[in-house]
Each structure stands twice: as C-alpha cells, then as structure tokens.
Design a protein around this ligand. Sequence first.
Ligand code: NAP
Length: 291
Amino acid sequence: MGKDSYHLNTKLVGLIGHPIKHTYSPFIHNVAFELKKLDYIYLPFDVPSSTLKTAVKGMIALGIKGFNVTIPHKENIVQQMHNVSEEASIIGSINTVVNDLGKLNGYNTDVNGVYETLLPYKEEIIGTDVCVVGAGGAARAVIYTLIRHFKPSTIFLVNRTEQRAESLKNYFIDKMRFDNFRTKELFPPDLVEVFQNSKLIINATSVGMFPDSDDIITNLGNSFNKEQIVFDLVYNPPQTQLLKLAASKGATVLDGIKMLVYQAAKSFELWTGEEMPAEQLHKSLQLFIKS
Ligand code: NAP
C-alpha cells in the first residue's frame, strides 16, 4: 500500500517498548499488510515506564487496533488488561494487545514462534532432556511451550543468576505441575556434560545479540554434538557465535528469525482476523536482513 493510500479508515497497530532501538516488526507487518491488501499501518512507539499507563489509555482513546509489547513492559502491562489469554496468564507476560472497542485483551504470541520453530523436530524432542539458558520473559515462553507441546523428560534451567532460575523452576512447578527441573549457574566448564547430554539446547538470553555479537554462552566446543538441536532466540545477527560453534560440531541449528516471524503471524491474525503469509514473510525478512 502506497503512502498516499492512507485514509480515514486506515487502522493503526504498533509496538511499545523502551528503548526501541532496533526492530524488524514494522517491516514484517507492513509488508504483510501490503501482501494481503489490508488497510493497516504498523508503527513503533518509544514509551518509557513512567508513561506506560497514560500511553495505554491514549491508545484506547485513539482507537488504536492493537499493539505489540516489548521490554520493559511485558509484565507490567498485565494489570491494564481486561482479559488475559490462558497462556499469557501462565507465562506472566504479554507481547500482544488487542483493543476490542476499548476492552484490552492480552496474549503471548512468542509461544507460537517457539512452537513453529521446533515443530519439525517434535518427535525427536519428546521424552528427551533439554536445556534452556536464560530466566527472563523469553525463557518463560520457551518453558511453557516445551512443557505444553514437547513433553521433555527433564528441563535443565541454566542462568547467570542461578537464584532466578530457581524462582522460575518453582513458578512452573506451581503453575504447570511439571517438576522435572534441574537448575544450574551459567558457568561453562561445569556445563559441558549437561549440554552434551541435552537433545535440545535453547539460548533464551540476550548473549550474542548486536552490538555484542562476539559474546557466547559457552565457547567450549565439546558441549555440542551432531545429535543435537541448538536454537538461539537471538535474531540479530541471525548466525550467532553460538550457532556457528554448534554447527561446526555437526548440530542442527535454528536461528531466531522464524520465531520472530511466527510470533508476528499470530499477532497479525489476532488484529486482522486474517492469516499472515508467514513463509513468504520469512523469506522476505531473510533477504531484507542480508541486503
Ligand atoms: P530479559 O527478560 O531481559 O532476560 C535476559 C536474560 O539474559 C536473563 O536470563 C539474563 O540473565 C540473561 N543475560 C543477559 N545478559 C547476560 C550476560 N552478559 N551473560 C549471561 N546472561 C545474560 O530478556 P528476554 O525478553 O527474555 O529476551 C531474551 C532474548 O530473547 C533477547 O535477545 C531477545 O531479543 C530474544 N527474543 C527473541 C524473540 C524472537 O522472536 N526471536 C522473541 C523474544 C525474545 P540474569 O537473570 O542473570 O540477568
């Protein structure tokens, strides 16, 4: 849709977070709106915590159709919702809001992104030991999806601050009645065996993300093998040092781009009621990033 075609009925959706440094979401959604010939536009809004409440009220007043939510608002915004989906309520964080005529409904579509990324490997993952590194909001969506859809035997929960991993373990024991967790501190020499024995390793930390792209959760190559799947949620850059190292040891590697597109696809569907051409968007985004 060309710029001159915005008119009275153009619906606005967007993203709120702080700071909004770098985001591919406007690209994904605006290209999808154009492909589907939908009269919508997606814009980023930099909203600090001090103005979150008024920004959300303003969005209702302006009739904004919905918005994505990112750091640092994913947890705090829950209290401003009229309804929260079952999965967002279990995870305790929201990344998508739908404004239904002034009533705000909160969802967590990261679950969809994690699910679609791991789906081709579902049979391989069921009943195995898996390792999740990280204990923030993204890790919560990962753990929920693993327990709900991939039935792992044991989840090794690794985090720089071990206490946070311990709290997350207790949270999920309480919320989902899954208690086969082991927690560990992110100290690479002590983790070689844990990583080696995990069928699936997921990096749900921000380690390796631009501009600190040389950082890696472990540089010990003997942590990886060719039987493994290694999934890095970091999408900028798509090929992180972790994925490069794991691939060099023969592991199957999955980057964060597919998750990004499929969480967007679910938000798109919630706002518009239409299906996003996600595969096409996945290819377009890969080309856009390379250009
Ligand atoms: P968050 O809530 O801020 O959590 C950050 C996590 O990273 C914590 O576990 C933190 O450990 C750990 N961490 C940060 N810096 C570290 C360092 N230098 N060394 C070791 N651990 C470190 O962030 P989030 O929302 O969970 O996001 C995590 C990552 O997932 C980000 O890179 C984000 O871009 C990515 N993500 C990707 C998608 C996608 O669609 N692909 C979707 C959501 C998120 P402590 O607890 O010790 O602080």
